[in-house]
Design a protein around this ligand. Structure first.
Ligand code: GLA
Length: 742
């Protein structure tokens, strides 16, 4: 809902966006757009009393045409601050004019309410019907240059989420260059004290580790300059207070729907106001706008919670599941798959794959995925990327006979690609050395012996579309794992003029989107799984095309607790691909029971990643049971509400890092599934676990024991697990408990 009134100071418009149980309020003041509030819903329409009125001194300039002596852009809370006209804090926009000047100013021109959530351009975006959301578009103009900026705000009706983006247009006769343009910026007042930034950092094999850092005067930020959203920082951060917990306190989560370079920053000014800004990272960004051209930012999504981090996450989960992921597979039950990567690495042929497939079929597994190594002369990772032609030495007769035999076993078939890459040792590179990104006169850096294709080029994308389509049409291929194993360096394009080389990083991402759109439109039944050396590009933009993403190359169940629960801060279980792999684990050498590996992998899109032909009959029986459980609990896990009960880093009863526990509850609260893992056991343990999200007035029966508990008891007093495991709790042991309302 969007309520537009005029406020008491200057009678200019005041906008109150109600999204679920959250409010987002801003107003126009002498043409400037001022931020007033973002948080749990408030009723008061005129929040201009919140404006801080600081007596002037020489270091805070004042706009020449505002009568109020107290008003300075350097102090005022703003919606889209610009560079060079009196606000010295980090700006959302910097436009350089043809004369070289960079001072920019923005003044309100008009506003418009749009039904639902209109599509603005071809970039990935949240979608919502007319009865699900309302959109406000505010047009501003820089009087000095004539450039206009249109800010879009969508308020979801049923969710406390506000979605923002900006479009810059150059209606003038001379070119300008956009050197910085955020998707969203908002100045949060002192009510969030003492403030912290919660974010997800990592690297290969340990993606999305949760970190909370106190804000200090100055800027705290997370970013990527890698050409991908990256393992290192996820394009997400939340403003919280030091007192915010999973279940209480304010949290404003900000997630950028973008797969490329980004920056999310929180800058604290001397008056305690926090400028929260998110958008494309500007180090290597300069977008030239010729007369009549426009630039549209990626989307920024705010999840607003007054009741802790759990609620912030659940809002993101619902939003991504129901309003971001598209296509047939967004809501459909995903097949249990077995992937041959950790089973064989590059060393496989049709016979080996068929042997795995036969065991898979006997265990109830539903799809075989053939990973890296099926094309060109790729027997290790040093060649052939770009040569998407079947290696008939490994797969005699090509894909069709293999896929037919796999289908005959009752299994679907999936295949791996790394479309955006090119090996220096490939037929493609011999034919088109200029198709790799590179700066003239400089060596190209290598990573995993490969270069990156210039995705800004339509001819490169056409080649990829044709060759990938050829493979996908050659047999009954129902799934693609779309990998991306290195980051960009020397990012220049052979086809762009010098004044447009600052556009390469963003054009690369737009080119990627274009190819993904073409492939998903041409093959609408395909299930796409994203991957980037594990979860190196696990972001909402990629989820728009691929509803599931390989969470991490680290498949160790204990490490996965950190990774999956960290990922769950922003992304739902249905998006996280999680596999049972071998023990000892290939990455950590740790041994974990088959049962616990299954319990942990059940936290997402479930599958196996090990050589089934080497398993014992007992292990194969366990797989049958795990697959059956996955189907039984599919709805609960993938469509239910997640509650994180204990994070692996939490301190419980004086000991840190000993447990993890989480649960999912069905929307009607009639059913819940609780997973409890003992990371490291101790003597005389006492394990009492308090549950969340149940109906306090209902009673629940726990399936394995038949015991009945009141919902209020389970949530307030807890359930005693101390003696709940036969054989006692040992390192890496786990339990799953299923509760049904009676
Ligand atoms: C990446 C992926 C792995 C696997 C290999 C194949 O590392 O994350 O899952 O597909 O590439 O080379």
């Amino acid at each position: 809902m969007i309520r537009i009134t005029s406020h008491s100071l200057t009678s200019e418009p005041l906008f109150h966006l109600r999204a679920g149980d959250a409010s987002y309020v801003f107003c126009v003041f002498h043409g400037f757009l001022l931020h007033l509030y973002c948080g749990p819903a408030v009723e008061d329409d005129d929040l201009t009393h919140l404006l801080v009125k600081v007596g002037h001194d020489s270091v805070v300039p004042r706009p020449a045409d505002t009568p109020e002596g107290w008003f300075s852009l350097d102090i005022a809370p703003q919606e889209f601050p610009v560079y060079g006209t009196g606000d010295y804090r980090p700006s959302a926009l910097l436009i350089r004019r043809a004369d070289g000047s960079a001072a920019t100013s923005l003044r309100y021109v008009s506003h418009e309410v749009l039904a639902g959530k209109p599509a603005i351009d071809a970039q990935p975006a949240v979608h919502a019907r007319e009865d699900e959301a309302d959109t406000l578009a505010v047009t501003l103009c820089d009087p000095g240059s004539g450039v206009t900026v249109r800010l879009y705000y969508t308020a979801m009706r049923a969710l406390p989420a506000v979605i923002r983006r900006a479009a810059v247009e150059n209606p003038t006769n001379s070119p300008v260059t956009v050197e910085r343009c955020a998707s969203a910026s908002l100045d949060i007042a002192a009510w969030m004290e003492p403030a912290e930034l919660l974010h997800l950092w990592g690297t290969w094999g340990r993606e999305r580790t949760v970190e909370r850092t106190p804000l200090a005067h100055g800027t705290v930020s997370v970013s990527s300059r890698r050409g991908a959203s990256s393992h290192h920082h996820n394009p997400f951060a939340a403003l919280v207070t030091a007192h915010t917990t999973e279940t209480a306190g304010p949290a404003i989560g900000l997630s950028l729907v973008y797969a490329g370079n980004f920056e999310i920053a929180a800058d604290t000014d001397p008056f305690g106001s926090i400028r929260f800004t998110a958008g494309i990272e500007s180090t290597d960004f300069a977008w030239r706008l010729e007369a009549g051209e426009s630039f549209v930012t990626p989307e920024a999504v705010l999840s607003i919670s007054g009741e802790g981090l759990g609620k912030m996450s659940r809002t993101f989960h619902r939003l991504w599941r129901e309003h971001l992921c598209r296509g047939e597979w967004a809501g459909k039950v995903r097949p249990v798959l077995v992937n041959n990567w950790e089973a064989t690495y590059f060393n496989f042929d049709s016979e080996k794959l068929l042997a795995i497939a036969r065991d898979a079929a006997a265990c109830g597994i539903e799809m075989l995925v053939m990973d890296d190594g099926w094309f060109g002369t790729r027997n290790d990772d040093r060649s052939s990327l770009g040569d998407w032609f079947v290696n008939e030495e490994k797969l005699p007769g090509g894909l069709r006979p293999l896929v037919e035999q796999i289908n005959a076993l009752g299994l679907k078939f999936g295949i791996w690609f790394e479309p955006e890459m090119i090996s220096p040792r490939s037929r493609l590179f011999e034919a088109h050395p200029d198709w790799a990104l590179g700066t003239p006169g400089r060596d190209k850096s290598v990573a995993r012996s490969q270069y990156v294709l210039d995705m800004t080029r339509p001819d490169v994308r056409d080649y990829l579309f044709e060759t990938i389509s050829g493979v996908l049409s050659s047999a009954n291929i129902e799934y693609v794992k779309w990998d991306f194993n290195r980051n960009l360096t020397e990012a220049a394009s052979a086809t762009l003029p010098p004044e447009r080389q600052g556009e390469v990083m963003h054009r690369y991402v737009l080119g990627l989107y274009d190819l993904l759109e073409r492939i998903t439109s041409a093959f609408p039944h395909l299930l796409l799984e994203g991957c980037s050396s594990g979860g190196g590009r696990f972001d909402p933009a990629m989820l728009y095309y691929s509803p599931q993403y390989w969470t991490s190359d680290d498949t160790d169940a204990m490490e996965r607790l950190d990774i999956q629960l960290g990922t769950s801060f922003v992304y739902p279980a249905s998006a996280m691909s999680c596999h049972v792999s071998a023990s000892p684990n290939h990455q950590t050498r740790r041994e974990t029971s088959f049962e616990t590996r299954g319990h942990v992998a059940m936290g997402g899109a479930f599958g196996y990643e090990l050589d089934l032909t080497t398993l014992t009959d007992g292990e194969k029986d366990l797989i049958r049971r795990q697959v059956a459980d996955y189907h039984r609990y599919y709805d609960l896990i993938n469509r239910g509400d997640l509650y994180r009960l204990i994070l692996p880093g939490d301190t419980v009863n004086g000991k840190t890092g000993r447990f993890a526990a989480w649960m999912t509850v069905s929307a009607d609260r009639s059913e819940a599934l609780v997973t409890f893992v003992v990371i490291r056991a101790s003597i005389h343990p006492v394990y009492v676990l308090r549950l969340e999200g149940l109906d306090p007035a209902a009673s629940y029966r726990e399936e394995s024991t038949g015991a009945v508990y009141a919902g209020s008891t389970l949530m307030r007093a807890g359930i005693n697990l101390t003696s709940a495991r036969r054989g006692g709790w040992v390192d890496g042991s786990s339990a799953v408990m299923h509760f049904m309302r009676v």
